[in-house]
Write a protein that binds this ligand. Structure first.
Ligand SMILES: NC(=O)N[C@@H](CC(=O)O)C(=O)O
Ligand SMILES: [Zn+2]
Length: 435
């Protein structure tokens, strides 16, 4: 089918292109230009006053299938991501069973091929059952399609285990993606250690629980030469050690989550599970260090850590709720509203952090808006504002502190391989200067 997106505004490397047309044919971008004969297209999308971007890429989501389908499924999680403009998402392996053998990994792949509406790439774990003991067979899982290895949800507690995993991953040319958390430094903490935790009478998690394990891993990454990627960096010390490691030539990359960029612990209004996530919201200076880290290139990309849980699980206080918040459906909109509209980030930077860099880090195929690229695209009505309404979520879950927030940038369309997988409300905004 031939589809034309006309009057598109696109940002390519800081240049804004207005009123261009994108011709999509056979799942790919066939041509980009101005004067196509509209009569020869089966479908035409008029993107007047709207922003057309490469499909967004989220390297950190939890889809919960198999094992926890009451929280989310591959179908609902991938739909939620499509609504957010994501065309590729990378799913964490803290599932039941953990896909730590080829058989179990292939079973998840089969479920993905049956029900995902966008590209879902499944991570394989670093160790069997996510425990810091036996390594998985990386070479076999790589052959089965594993694009990277992670124990997200828990840290790899033993340095020796991490070292051996990194050595193997370097050999297999795969990244080690690390949730860093030294369990001996947790002391039953449920939120960031500081005044707010004291005020709420809750046990705190010190930043060093995260940053000390990053420091350990950076030296092991140097020793092994592996590509080491750090999940959801949350503290200023973590940013500092990663910045130093990059200067020293260590092959490290990292991601930050929207909630850590938008909030600090002092913003937590009450002792409620919708504010509980791992790592926790830290101090204002940590939040500022994360923004700085993105701007100076220490932090490579933005990832949501979409972590759905049931209402009953999350509608409790900090001591009883599990960690995690959902994020797929409004991540771009949060960043656009809080940072681009205020002139802190440019749209080109955000597209880089949410579409281009995350794909490049792991060698994933991505649309770069070149002719011949897969037609993975999102169209945002950038000036249309709406309120985050959990009742409209496509995710099964609604656990997020962003409920009720006013955001700009409704997702009008998400296209995967040239096929419309999400179509939103059709409000016309006005074409502002998107940068
Ligand atoms: N981030 C969270 O708070 N929770 C995640 C695990 C994780 O990403 O660490 C989950 O699986 O629920
Ligand atoms: Zn994690």
């Amino acid at each position: 089918m031939d589809l034309l997106i006309k009057n598109a505004c696109m940002i390519i490397h800081d240049n804004q292109l207005n009123a261009v047309a994108i011709w999509i044919k056979d799942e790919r971008i066939h041509a980009i230009g101005k004067n196509f004969d509209e009569g020869s297209f089966e479908q035409i999308i008029d993107a007047k006053n709207q922003l057309v971007t490469q499909g967004l890429v989220d390297v950190h989501v939890h889809l919960r299938e198999p094992g926890f389908t009451y929280k989310e499924t591959i179908k609902t999680g991938s739909l939620a991501a499509s609504r957010g403009g994501f065309t590729t998402i990378c799913a964490m392996p803290n599932l039941e069973p953990v896909p730590d053998t080829i058989e179990k990994y292939n079973q998840v792949q089969e479920l993905i091929s049956q029900s995902a509406v966008n590209h879902v790439l499944q991570y394989a774990p670093i160790t069997k059952n996510l425990r810091s003991e036996d390594l998985v067979d990386q070479a076999a899982l790589k052959n089965a399609g594993a694009f990277a290895f992670t124990n997200d949800g828990v840290g790899v507690q033993k340095a020796g285990t991490m070292y051996l995993a990194m050595k193997e991953a370097a050999k297999n040319q795969r990244a080690i993606v690390a949730h860093t958390e030294d369990e001996s430094l947790l002391f039953n903490g449920v939120m960031h250690k500081g005044e707010k935790a004291d005020e709420l009478g809750l046990a705190g998690i010190m930043s060093a629980a995260e940053s000390s394990q990053i420091a350990r891993d950076l030296l092991l990454a140097e020793e092994t030469g592996v590509h080491y990627h750090v999940c959801h960096v949350s503290s200023k010390e973590s940013v500092r050690v990663i910045r130093e490691a990059k200067k020293a030539g260590i092959q490290v990359s990292c991601e930050v989550c929207p909630h850590h960029l938008l909030f600090a612990d002092e913003d937590i209004p009450k002792n409620h599970g919708y504010w509980k996530m791992n790592p926790p919201l830290r101090a204002r200076e940590d939040q500022n260090a994360l923004i700085e880290g993105l701007l100076d290139g220490t932090i490579d990309c933005i990832a949501t850590d979409h972590a759905p849980h049931s209402f009953a699980e999350k509608n409790q206080d900090f001591n009883h709720s599990p960690f995690g918040i959902v994020g797929s459906e409004y991540a771009f909109q949060l960043i656009y509203t809080a940072f681009v509209k205020k002139g802190i980030f440019t749209l080109a930077q955000v597209i880089d952090w949410m579409a281009i860099k995350p794909a490049a880090l792991f060698g994933l195929t991505v649309n770069r808006l070149n002719v011949g690229d897969p037609a993975d695209l999102a169209i945002f009505d950038i000036e249309h504002s709406y309120t985050v309404d959990e009742k409209k979520f496509l995710s099964k879950a609604e656990n997020t502190p962003f409920i009720g927030r006013e955001l700009f940038g409704d997702t009008l369309y998400t296209l995967v391989n040239g096929k419309i997988v999400w179509q939103g409300g059709n409000q016309n905004g006005s074409l502002a200067n998107f940068r």
